[in-house]
Ligand binder design. Structure first.
Ligand SMILES: Nc1ncnc2c1ncn2[C@@H]1O[C@H](COP(=O)(O)OP(=O)(O)O)[C@@H](O)[C@H]1O
Ligand SMILES: [Mg+2]
Length: 357
């Protein structure tokens, strides 16, 4: 199956700085691609190129068999012809119009009949549970309600692709959770194809069929959320996603030297497939912190350490333990350890993962 929306080597330069450097992705109809990455990595620039707000200066962008961008051939389809809709972080509503007028605005531009505009406006407002506030002005709404209107306005025109640039970033934590869940349902129910920009991994995990992890203008890794979490390909991916322990190592006569001193034995050759030098990735949940001298468990790797920090997370504690001078590991504990207390760490070796770069 050919993909619905695809980018091939998209590039963009602002002055001397290369902001996008060969971006490739493929998105099937009805899927959500999340562009995830730290501030300044090029997410908005990429989204704006897809929208047609700015032009690429290299590569190609295709949608449903049409070429949207191909700067080498002088092609850049105007924004209005792409039939994409956009949702911004700052809502971008018309302050002098009511909720209903804001939603109807884009529909009127499409020369629908008046009754059709009313029907589509009503349907879009129902989808975001805002029908009862249709006659309010944006200034009479909370941030979460304003963003619902802006989403309604975008989906009302039945866009080929919905583009969202950090739509929840201006909202407080509780509202963000609520709207994240609603958006996830909305995208599934409507079957819309979407690109969603965020720097927040929980949004990326909830919404993305695919996540494109971006770093300095490139896609560092592209994949399903679970693959990205379990099998990061680079140190950047391991560090940015989840809250992993990332420890440099070198292979030494079969075993592995962690940091400067600590040897991790390669029992039964289980770690043979690791590169000779790299970084060991150990997710916090693979490290169980228990009282020192608890009988070791056969299948796990057992380390001794001293608790240096603990954080109460509600359902459990995160404990940081020094396992060697200058080498710490974070894991989870079911009980409270005061800093300075000796602890044992049990690491599920099945969960060990290594990245070479
Ligand atoms: N119009 C512009 N002119 C010059 N530099 C820009 C412009 N837009 C973005 N940049 C730069 O491009 C880089 C990527 O920006 P952006 O795409 O907004 O990143 P993100 O959305 O991931 O935070 C940043 O270094 C930013 O300063
Ligand atoms: Mg941005």
């Amino acid at each position: 199956m050919t993909s619905f929306l695809s980018a091939h080597g998209l590039a963009k330069q602002f002055g001397d700085s290369r902001v996008l450097d060969g971006v490739d992705f493929q998105l099937n109809k009805g899927e959500c691609l999340v562009l995830l990455g730290p501030s300044g990595c090029g997410k908005t620039t990429l989204l704006n190129i897809v929208a047609g707000l700015i032009q690429a200066d290299g590569g190609e962008l295709l949608c449903d068999g049409q070429t949207l961008e191909a700067p080498e051939r002088g092609v850049s389809m105007p924004m209005g012809e792409r039939r994409f809709a956009m949702v911004f972080q700052d809502f971008s509503l018309w302050p002098h119009m009511t909720v209903a007028q804001n939603v109807a605005f884009g529909l009127k531009l499409k020369s629908h009949s008046r009754t059709e505009v009313e029907r589509l406006t009503r349907r879009a407002l129902e989808r975001v549970q805002m029908s009862h506030l249709a006659e309010r002005k944006p200034s009479e709404l909370s941030g979460g309600q304003q963003q619902r209107v802006s989403i309604a306005r975008a989906i009302a025109v039945d866009p080929r692709v919905l583009l969202l640039d950090e739509p929840l970033s201006a909202l407080d934590a509780r509202l963000r959770e609520e709207l994240k869940a609603e958006l996830s349902g909305l995208l599934k129910d409507t079957g819309l194809t979407s690109i969603y920009v965020t720097h927040d991994q929980s949004e990326a995990f909830s919404l993305g069929d695919q996540i494109a992890l971006m770093n300095e203008g490139r896609i560092e890794q592209l994949g399903a959320p679970e693959d990205m979490y379990r099998r990061p390909l680079t140190r950047f991916a391991a560090t940015f996603i989840g809250s992993a322990n990332v420890i440099p190592y070198q292979r030494r006569s079969g075993d592995f030297l962690l940091g400067e001193h600590l040897t991790l034995s390669n029992r039964d050759g289980a770690l043979n497939h690791f590169p000779d030098t790299g970084h060991l990735v150990i997710r916090r949940e693979a490290v169980k912190v228990v009282a020192a001298q608890t009988a070791p468990c056969q299948t796990d790797l057992n380390l001794e350490g001293i608790c240096t920090q603990r954080h109460f997370l509600g359902e459990r504690q995160e404990v940081t333990a020094e396992i060697h001078p200058g080498l710490t590991l974070r894991g989870f504990a079911d009980q409270t350890f005061a800093p300075g207390t000796p602890v044992s760490l049990r690491i599920n070796t099945d969960a060990l993962h290594a990245v070479g770069r």
